[in-house]
Structures are given as structure tokens and as C-alpha cells.
Design a protein around this ligand. Structure first.
Ligand SMILES: [Zn+2]
Length: 184
């Protein structure tokens, strides 16, 4: 951030009184501009033993596969965000189920949240953000062509839970600020 979104003056990085982290502080009006992690929300839509995957038509990771997911909007719940992203990226109306994974992506200041989901009818298609959308059998998931580590973590936990007949909540973190990738 270079300029204040309130008054347009230049901002400087400084630790405000009583705070412990540097913030962008407006040199004219004094407004403190806090920056906090962003929420990415998605789901794993299943129909008849197959999972709905989208091949990305946009950067980052253009051409790689993912489940429907995207930035949460103001005024919606996590479940509503997950359902909306399925509609926007895959033209699919899904029924959101239980919480599946929470992935802290520390180097990107993001938290990714994924739910299980049901696709009641096999109706879907590529929206502008997707090159193609497919129902993929579990054994044919393109593991080497997945877009993000959170996608892989989520799909692996999903399949493990299916195999064991459970519906767990799984947490992990990725941190490329460290030398060896994931911190845990
Ligand atoms: Zn200002």
C-alpha cells in the first residue's frame, strides 16, 4: 500500500502506539490500515463416486486442476461462498456438507477452508475461469497436475476419510517463508 484509501495521502510503515506489528499509517489523517489474512473457500463435490475438478483458465497455476474454490465475499457464510464458487467456476449447484480441511498458507497470508459436497445431478460445465470441468473417478485424480498444495492435502484427506468411513476435520499449514516448505 502506498496511499491512504481514506484521504489519498502517502502512508508510511510504523508500529502504532500500543500495537506490536508495523502497519500502514496515513501521514495526513492518521488512519491505521490493518492487513489481515484472506479466506479462500471451496468444496469437493462428489457425484456417483467421482469428484468434480476444474482446470484453471486463469493465473496463478493456469492449466492445472483444482476443486471449485475462491475468495470469500463480505456478507456470506463459508458454506454460501463454497456453493457460489462451484456455481461460478463449474456451473454446478452443489449441496455443501461437513467441514473437511483448514489449510493455513502462511507465506500468502491466506486461510483455505474446504467442505465436502454433493452434486445432486451431473449438471456442470466450464465457466470463464475454467478451461474444462470434469467428473473424475477417485483412481484417476491427476495428482501431479493439481494447482495448489491445499488442493492435494484436501483431496488426500477426503479419500482417506471415505476409505475409513469417517468425516474428520483436518488442519495443516504451508509456509514457504521457511527453507523447506511446510513447517509441520
Ligand atoms: Zn489518510
Amino acid at each position: 500500500m502506498k496511499f491512504c484509501s481514506d484521504c489519498g495521502a502517502r502512508v508510511a510503515s510504523a508500529i502504532p502506539p500500543g500495537d506490536h506489528l508495523p502497519r500502514y499509517v496515513c501521514e495526513a489523517c492518521g488512519t491505521v490500515h490493518y492487513e489481515n489474512p484472506k479466506l479462500i473457500v471451496g468444496c469437493v463435490p462428489e457425484f456417483d463416486g467421482r469428484i468434480l475438478l476444474c482446470r484453471r483458465a486463469i493465473e496463478p497455476r493456469l492449466g492445472f486442476w483444482t476443486v471449485p474454490a475462491g475468495f470469500m465475499e463480505n456478507g456470506e457464510t463459508l458454506q454460501e461462498a463454497a456453493a457460489r464458487e462451484s456455481r461460478e467456476e463449474a456451473l454446478a449447484e452443489v449441496e455443501i456438507g461437513s467441514l473437511l480441511t483448514v489449510v493455513h498458507v502462511l507465506h500468502a497470508n491466506q486461510v483455505h477452508v474446504f467442505f465436502r459436497a454433493r452434486l445432486p445431478t451431473p449438471s456442470f460445465g466450464p465457466a470463464p475461469e475454467s478451461l474444462e470441468v470434469e467428473l473424475v473417478p477417485h483412481a484417476e485424480i491427476p495428482w501431479s497436475e493439481l494447482a495448489f498444495p491445499s488442493t492435494e492435502f484436501t483431496l488426500r484427506r477426503y479419500l482417506e476419510d471415505l476409505a475409513s468411513g469417517s468425516q474428520g476435520h483436518h488442519f495443516t499449514e504451508f509456509d514457504r517463508r521457511t527453507a523447506y516448505g511446510a513447517r509441520s
